[in-house]
Design a protein around this ligand. Structure first.
Ligand SMILES: CC(C)(COP(=O)(O)OP(=O)(O)OC[C@H]1O[C@@H](n2cnc3c(N)ncnc32)[C@H](O)[C@@H]1OP(=O)(O)O)[C@@H](O)C(=O)NCCC(=O)NCCS
Length: 327
C-alpha cells in the first residue's frame, strides 16, 4: 500500500531539534495512563546509540508536518538477528491512512538490509496498537503488566515493618553514575536479568563493564536521576542483588520509575528481592518527598517478582505484550 499523495518517509536527523517529532508523539500517546516521557527523555531515547546498540529514527512527513514516526534499534553485542521498533506512533490527524503500515514496511526493509531477520517491539494489549500489530502479522511472545503504587496513600509504617531481616547480607546504595570500581559487579548483577522471562527468539543481554559504563554515563543525559541499591554477601562482599528507581531530573512530574530488580541465582530464597525493593523505595521516598507514584513493569509469568510487588501494595495499571514478526 502506498502512502497518500504528498507524504513521504524520511530519516530523522537525530542531531536536529526533534521538537516537532516529540510534539506529534505526545499528541499520539496522550491517552496512555502512567508517566509520559519528558522532551529530554524522549530525545535521548531516539538518539541513544551507545551501550551496545545503534539507533536510527524515521518519520512520515506530510509537507513539514510529522504524520508519524518510529525508532529502530539495532543491537550490536547480542540479538544481532533482530531490530527493535520503539515508540512508533501516528499523529491523531493522520490515522487510518497507512502511515504506520508504511513505517512498519520500512522497518522490515531496514531489518533485511542490515542482515537481520526479526522485528520486535511492545504495545498495549487490547488497544489500537494491538490491532495494528495483529494486522502486520505480529505474534505476541511475552505478556507484561504495569503496576503502580500511590506513595501519597502508602502506609509507610507498615512498609517499614515489612523490611525482612536477611542475615549474612548487607545493602549499599548510590545515586548518580556508578563509580568505576562498581562497574564489574554491576555488570554481573545486570547479567542476572537474563533469567527473567523473554520471548523465545530473543537472546539475553551481553553485559560487561564497558557496556555498564556507557549505560551509567547515559542516565544524566537522559534527563533522569536514579537511586540504586545493591545487596552483598557479608562473608566475601560478593554482589548478590540489585534494584534501581529512576526519576525525572527536572522533578516536575510526580513519577518514580522502578527499573530492573535482580537477585543472582545462588542468593535467591532469602527475601533479598523484597529487602532491596523496599529499602530502595523507603530511601527514595525520604529523599524525594515530591514523588507521588511509582510504576513497575513485569512479565506476567514472573510470579516471584509479582508476589513482592503485590505485598508492597502495587495495583494493576494496564497490560502490554512483546510482539515479533519475521522481516
Ligand atoms: C497504532 C497506530 C500506530 C496505527 O497508526 P495508523 O497510521 O492509523 O495505522 P495504519 O493506517 O497504517 O493502519 C494499518 C492497519 O492497522 C490496523 N488498525 C490501525 N488502526 C486501527 C484501529 N483504530 N482499529 C482497528 N484496526 C486498526 C488496520 O488493520 C489497518 O489497516 P486498514 O486501515 O487497511 O484496515 C496509531 O493508532 C497510534 O499512534 N496509536 C498510539 C501509539 C501506539 O499504540 N503505537 C503502537 C506501537 S506498536
Amino acid at each position: 500500500m502506498r502512502l497518500p499523495e504528498g507524504m513521504q518517509i524520511q530519516r530523522i536527523d537525530l542531531d536536529g531539534p526533534l521538537r516537532d517529532v516529540y510534539d506529534a508523539y505526545h499528541a499520539a500517546t496522550a491517552h496512555r495512563p502512567g508517566p509520559a516521557f519528558s522532551f529530554p527523555h524522549y530525545s535521548w531515547l531516539l538518539r541513544r546509540g551507545g551501550s551496545g546498540d545503534r539507533v536510527e529514527a524515521w518519520a512520515v512527513m506530510d509537507g513539514d508536518r510529522v504524520a508519524g514516526a518510529c525508532g529502530l534499534q539495532f543491537p550490536l553485542l547480542d540479538n544481532t538477528h533482530l531490530t527493535e521498533v520503539f515508540e512508533g506512533f501516528t499523529h491523531p490527524d493522520f490515522r487510518r491512512r497507512g502511515v504506520a503500515r508504511a513505517l512498519f514496511d520500512h522497518a522490515r526493509r531496514r531489518t533485511l538490509a542490515e542482515g537481520r531477520r526479526l522485528v520486535v517491539g511492545e504495545t498495549e494489549t487490547g488497544g489500537i496498537g494491538a490491532a495494528f500489530i495483529a494486522a502486520m502479522g505480529g505474534e505476541a511472545v511475552l505478556s507484561e503488566a504495569r503496576r503502580t503504587l500511590d506513595l501519597r496513600k502508602a502506609d509507610w509504617a507498615t512498609l517499614e515493618g515489612m523490611l525482612p531481616d536477611v542475615p549474612g547480607y548487607y545493602l549499599e546504595g548510590f545515586t548518580g553514575p556508578a563509580p568505576e570500581e562498581l562497574l564489574t559487579d554491576l555488570a554481573t548483577l545486570i547479567g542476572g536479568m537474563n533469567d527473567a522471562p523473554r520471548g523465545a527468539d530473543i537472546e539475553g543481554l551481553f553485559v560487561d563493564a564497558g557496556r555498564m559504563r556507557e549505560f551509567e554515563e547515559s542516565v544524566v543525559p537522559s534527563g533522569q536521576e536514579s537511586y540504586v541499591m545493591i545487596a552483598r554477601r557479608a562473608a566475601d562482599d560478593a554482589p548478590a542483588g540489585y534494584t534501581r528507581i529512576y526519576l525525572d531530573a527536572a522533578r516536575d512530574d510526580g513519577w518514580a520509575r522502578q527499573a530492573d530488580t535482580v537477585v543472582l541465582a545462588e542468593h535467591r530464597g532469602h527475601r533479598l528481592g523484597l529487602l532491596l525493593k523496599l529499602a530502595n523505595l523507603l530511601w527514595v521516598h525520604e529523599s524525594e518527598p515530591h514523588l507521588e507514584r511509582v510504576i513497575t513493569w513485569n512479565a506476567t509469568s514472573n510470579r516471584h517478582m509479582l508476589a513482592i510487588n503485590e505485598a508492597m501494595g502495587f495495583e494493576l495499571l494496564d497490560e502490554w505484550f512483546t510482539w515479533q514478526v519475521a522481516a
